[in-house]
Design a protein around this ligand. Structure first.
Ligand code: BDR
Ligand code: CA
Length: 320
C-alpha cells in the first residue's frame, strides 16, 4: 500500500533532499507538489520542483503558489540556500510542465478528490495552505493528517532570536493553519527546531552524498551533493562549524514511517504582535490558556538512525 502525500515546499536544499527521499521510497505516492515562496522567490522554488520532479520521475501535478506572504513582504534566504535555492548545483531548465492551478487550489482539489486519504506535508511557509483554507474551510477534515516542519518551542530561533524560518516568513499563515487544524480529527504533527536540529550532517555524510553522485551518475545525486556543500559553507559562516542541520527530511520520514521520533501533545500558537518576538511559536506547557493540545510535537529524535536510514533510501533509490 502506498501512502498518498501532498507536499508543500520552498525548495530549498533540505526540501530537495526530502523530495528525493520520498521519490526514492517505493511506498509513497506523491499526489501533488505545491511550490511556496520562502527560501527563494516562488518562481525559483517552482523551477526547482519541476526539475527535481522531472529527474526523479514524479508524475504528480506541480502548482505554483502565491508570490508573497499574507501580511508582510517576502524575505528569502539566498545566503542559506544559494541564489537559486540549491546551493552550488548547476540547474538546467526543466522540461516538466506546471499544473495551471494555484497552489491553494491544488491543496483543495487533491483533498476533495480523495477525502480522508491524503497526508499533507508542509516543508515551507504556510501561505498556500492558509489560502486553501479560505477556499475550503473543511480542509482539515478532508485530509488524513498534516505534518509540518516549523517553529521552535524550547529552542532559539534560526531566523529571529526566537523565530523559526517557515513561521517567520509568514506568521499569519502559520497562525491560521494551527487555528484551523485545531478542529481536525487528528492533531497535526509539528517538527520544530528542537527536533530537526538534532539531525546533524557531518563531513562523512557529505562524502556519502558525493560518493552517491560519483557512483551512480544520477543527476539528482549530483544536485544534492553540490547543494549540500553550500549548506555546510553557510552553517560554517553562521558559526556552527562544518556541519549541516537538515530539517525537512526528518519530518518527511516521520510522516511516512512514524519512526525516528516520538511525539507529545501540546497547545501551540504563533506570536503575531510581539515587537521582539513576532513569529515565535509559543507552547503552553502548564495549560495556562485552558486550551486542548493542538499539535503533536516531535521529540526524542533518533537522529543517527534517521541519517543512516535517509542515506540508505537514497543510495538504493537513486541507483536504479
Ligand atoms: C526550515 O527553513 C528552511 O530554510 C528549511 O528548508 C526548513 O524548511 C528550517 O527552519
Ligand atoms: Ca523548507
Amino acid at each position: 500500500m502506498s501512502l498518498p502525500l501532498l507536499v508543500d515546499c520552498d525548495t530549498g536544499i533540505d526540501d530537495a533532499i526530502a523530495l528525493s527521499y520520498l521519490a526514492a521510497r517505493g511506498d509513497v505516492e506523491i499526489r501533488g507538489i505545491v511550490s511556496t515562496a520562502g527560501n527563494v522567490e516562488v518562481a525559483a522554488v517552482h523551477r526547482n520542483n519541476l526539475l527535481l520532479a522531472q529527474l526523479l520521475g514524479i508524475a504528480a501535478p506541480i502548482s505554483c503558489g502565491a508570490e508573497a506572504p499574507l501580511a508582510q513582504e517576502l524575505m528569502t534566504a539566498d545566503d542559506t540556500h544559494g541564489p537559486q535555492g540549491l546551493g552550488h548545483a548547476a540547474l538546467p531548465a526543466p522540461r516538466r510542465r506546471a499544473d495551471p492551478r494555484s497552489g491553494a487550489q491544488l491543496w483543495v482539489d487533491i483533498a476533495r478528490e480523495h477525502p480522508g486519504e491524503v497526508v499533507g506535508l508542509v516543508l515551507g511557509p504556510h501561505t498556500n495552505l492558509a489560502l486553501a483554507l479560505e477556499i475550503e474551510p473543511e480542509l482539515p477534515g478532508l485530509l488524513k493528517r498534516l505534518h509540518i516542519m516549523g517553529g521552535a518551542i524550547h529552542h532559539r530561533g534560526n531566523t529571529g532570536p526566537t523565530s523559526e524560518w517557515n513561521v517567520a516568513v509568514d506568521p499569519e499563515a502559520a497562525q491560521r493553519v494551527l487555528a484551523a487544524f485545531s478542529a481536525a480529527p487528528t492533531r497535526p504533527v509539528l517538527g520544530a527546531l528542537e527536533a530537526t536540529e538534532t539531525v546533524r550532517f557531518t563531513q562523512s555524510t557529505l562524502e556519502r552524498f558525493e560518493a552517491l553522485a560519483a557512483g551512480t551518475g544520477h543527476p539528482v545525486a549530483a544536485i544534492l551533493a553540490d547543494a549540500l556543500r553550500w549548506y555546510f559553507e553557510f552553517h560554517q559562516a553562521d558559526g556552527l562549524g562544518w556541519i549541516a542541520h537538515v530539517h525537512d527530511p526528518l519530518v518527511a520520514a516521520h510522516a511516512v514511517t512514524g519512526d525516528f521520533a516520538s511525539t507529545r501533545p501540546l497547545a501551540v500558537d504563533v506570536e503575531l504582535a510581539g515587537t521582539l518576538t513576532r513569529g515565535q511559536t509559543v507552547g503552553d506547557e502548564l495549560g495556562r490558556w485552558g486550551r486542548p493540545p493542538n499539535v503533536d510535537l516531535l521529540t526524542e529524535v533518533r537522529a543517527d538512525a534517521f541519517v543512516e536510514h535517509l542515506l540508505g533510501v537514497l543510495e538504493r533509490g537513486l541507483s536504479t
